[in-house]
Design a protein. Sequence first.
Lengths: 210, 437
Amino acid sequence: MTTLTRQDLNFGQVVADILCEFLEVAIHLILYVREVYPSGIFQKRKKYNVPVQMSCHPELNQYIQDTLHCVKPLIEKNDAEKVVVVIMDKEHHPVERFVFEMSQPPLLSISSDTLLSHVEQLLRAFILKISVCDAVLNNNPPGCSFTVLVHTRDAATRNMEKVQVIKDFPWIVADEQEVHMQEPRLIPLKTMTSDIVKMQLYVEERAQKT
Amino acid sequence: MDELYLDNIDEFVNDHDKIVTYKWLSLTLGVHVNTAKQMLYHYLDHKRKESSAPLHATYLVSGKFVDNGQTSHKVSVVKEDQLEDVKSKMSLIVSVHVYSVQKALLKDSGPLYGVDYDAVKDNLKNCSRYSAIRCASAVPRSSVELQQARHTQLAPAPEPEHKKSATNGDATPASKPSTKPQKGIMGMFANKSALKNQDSGKEVKSEQKEDAPVVDEPKSKPAAKANPMMNFFGTQAAKKPEKTVKQEEAAPSSSSAEQQRPSSQPEETHAAAAAPPKNSKKDSRSKTKRLEDSDSEEEKMDKKKRRRIKKPEPDSSDEDVIPDSPQQMETREASPSPKKKAEPVSQSHGNCEMKMRKKRRVLKSRTFVDDEGCIVTEKGYESESYSEAEDDVPKDPIPAKRPASSKPDEKKSQKKASANSNKGTKQASIMGFFQKK
C-alpha cells in the first residue's frame, strides 16, 4: 500500500505511458471504424487481451507515434486537458470530433495491487465502445482526413514551441475553423474513473455531414 | 416473468448500445445458454416485426463441410447477409443460432471477443455453469488428490520424463511444474502474489540440486511465466513485484545454465527445447492479464527459442555457417563442426568475400529503422569487426577497435547493401506482424 506522489517522476511517466499507448490504439481504431482510410491497411493485433485493428502503413504509424510522443510530456505534467481527434471533410471543415477529456488527481496513489488490471479493464471498455460507435453516428462523406488537437495551457504551448521534441514535427496553434464546428451534436460514449486518471470520451458530430 | 427478458435485452441493445452475445446474456441473466439463444431469437423477431430501429445480428453456423473431398466439421460466426450463403455451402447443417444482437454493423469480429472477455473473467471458476457441454466424469480434483499427484511427480524417472516432454503440448494440469505457473496466474488475481512468488522461487532453487534433465523443463516454465508477469507490471512499475520476480528469474536462469552442461543427449534437450517454446506460446495465449508489449515479450523469451529460430536463416543465406559461442553448443549437433571450419577461414581474413564472418560473435540486440520505415528490434550475432552478413548493420565503434582489419569504405558500401537486402532475413520479431498482403 504505497502512496506515490507526482514528484515521483517514475510513476508519472508510467501513467503517461499507459495513456499514450491507449491513445495510439484508440486513434487507430477510430480511423478504422470511421473508414478514414481503406480497411485494407489495417491488421488485427492484440491489446489489453482483445483484438484491435492497427494500421500497417509506416508513415501513418510514424505520424501518430510522433504526435503522441509530443503529447506525452504534457500528460506527464497533467497539462493536457483534452486530446481531440478531428475528422475533416475535403474542405477541411470538421465533421466529427472524438474528444478524450482527461484529468489526473493531484495526489496519485496506488491503493491496491490490482490497480493496473483494473485500468486495463476500463480501457478495454473504451476500446469496445469505439468499435460500436457507428451505431450512433452518421456516415462520413468520402475523402476525409484527420488531425489531432491538444487543448492545453498557454505556458505549456510556449514550452512546446521552445523545445521541439521531435525534429521537423512542429506543433502550431490550431485554426479557428478546425476547432469549432457548426451545429454540433454531442454524443457521450464512455467515462472512466480510476485512481490514476479520469477520462471521458464523447463525440461531437456535425448535424449535416454532406 | 416471461416477457421481462425482452425489455432487458431492449435496454441493453438500444439504451446502452451494447453488443449482446448469447454467452454474455446467459451469464448476466443467469440462464442456460440455450434459453439465452432463444431469448435473442425472439427479441430479434419481435423487433423486426415492429421495424423500429435497424438491428444487426450475427449467427453461429456449424455443420459438415466438404472441401476437396475432405469432410470437416466447420463452426463459424457469420453476419446476417452471409448466412444463407454459408448455409448453402454446407453439406449438412448441425446447428444455426443467433450469436449476437447489436445496433451497430460490425466491421470485424474483434469486438465480439471483447464483449465476452470481462464476463467470462468474472466467472472464471464456473463459466461453464450454464453451458450445454457436460461430461459427467470430468470432476475437478480435490486438494488431497493434488498433493498426491505432486508427490509422485517429485521422483524423477526417465520414462515419464520422455512421455511428459512428448505430450507437453497438451497441458497436463495435475503435474507439479504447471501448478506452479498456475499459482503465478492466480497469484496475480489475489493479493498474495509476493508470497507465492517467493515460495515457488525457493522450490525452484531446491530442485536445482537434482541433476535430472526433467528439471530443465519446469525451470523454463517458471521463466516463461516470470516474463509475462514482468511485462504485466511494465518497465518502471511497483517495486515489490519486481523484486520477487527477479528472485525467481535469477533462480531459473542460473539453474538453466547449470543444466545445459550435463545434458548431453541432443534428443532429450531437443524435446525439452521444443517444450518450452510451446509452453511460452501457450502462456501468451492464456488469459494472463498484462499490458502486453509484444516487443519485450519476444525479446525476453528463452534464449533457446531465439537461437532455434535464428539458426535456419543464416544457414540458408551463408555459405559459411555461423560459429557459436560456447554455451550454445548443445542445441544443434551440427554447430560445433562448422565452428571449427569457420575459425581458420575467418582468420585468413578474406575481405573480398561478401559473406564472411569473424570468429568472435556476440549476441546483441539492435533497434533500427529498416528501409520500409518500420522500427525493427533484432537480436543478432554481431562480430567484433566488420561483417558482411545480410542482417548485420555494423556500428562505427566496433570496427574502430580492430584497426588491423580496417576497411571502412568497404564497410559503408556493404552497410548499404545489407540495409537493402534486409528484407530477406526477418526473424520472429515485431516484423512478423507486418506481412505483405
